[in-house]
Design a protein around this ligand. Structure first.
Ligand code: HQG
Length: 173
């Protein structure tokens, strides 16, 4: 995968389309032709980044004419993801310096639209390790589900929710 192209796509499709004069519709889709022109890449290069991306960050529309980020936006988009019943337990990878705030306020979306949760400890460790020595929190998703809290599953397997209250969090390691 071409990491340079992937990073640019993440920037323009999630955070700053205006930097290259890109228009995203309300569901976050951009015209593939606009992306190719703006990044000066070929369709084959774009197809390769989408297909081989380590986290499957991007997805084409069914007809292949549009592309969007599957999650992680900071600009307002309505992904219309299906609400799903979560597994009984989900995980969140973070670092020790955020723990006091997290255990006081719960997990908050911060700059993103949702709190991002992982189905496996392994993935949570990797997410946390982006910031330092990873700390994994266990989320009692079954209890949240029983409370009626909605969860969504992104196209690339990330579990999303609005907020995780401290009472449903515990430290794994
Ligand atoms: C922390 C990557 C203080 C939270 C990954 C995290 C993921 C709080 C940071 C995706 C807090 C936000 C998302 C609170 C949460 N007080 N800190 N109340 N609540 N935090 O990047 O989950 O490569 O927005 O623990 O793989 O780290 O972008 O979220 O450390 O899937 O595709 O605030 O991003 O994917 O950081 O990562 P982020 P995240 P991509």
């Amino acid at each position: 995968m071409n990491i340079r192209i992937s990073k640019k796509l993440a920037l323009y499709l999630r955070h700053a389309p205006e930097k290259i004069g890109l228009n995203l519709d309300e569901a976050g889709w951009a015209d593939v032709e606009d992306i190719l022109a703006a990044l000066r890449i070929t369709r084959a290069e774009l197809d390769d980044v989408v297909a081989t991306n380590d986290k499957q960050r991007f997805a084409f529309s069914e007809d292949g004419a549009k592309i969007r980020a599957s999650q992680g936006h900071s600009i307002p988009v309505e992904l219309d993801l299906p609400r799903q019943t979560p597994p009984a337990v989900l995980y969140h990878g973070t670092v020790a310096r955020f723990l006091d705030a997290i255990l006081r306020d719960g997990l908050r979306p911060m700059n993103r639209h949702h709190v991002h949760l992982s189905a496996t400890i392994d993935t949570a460790l990797k997410v946390g390790a982006r910031r330092g020595k990873p700390v994994v929190l266990v989320v009692d998703a079954a209890a949240m589900d029983a409370d009626g809290v909605p969860f969504w599953l992104s196209a690339n397997g990330v579990w999303l929710t609005d907020h995780v209250p401290p009472r449903h969090l515990s430290r794994f390691r």
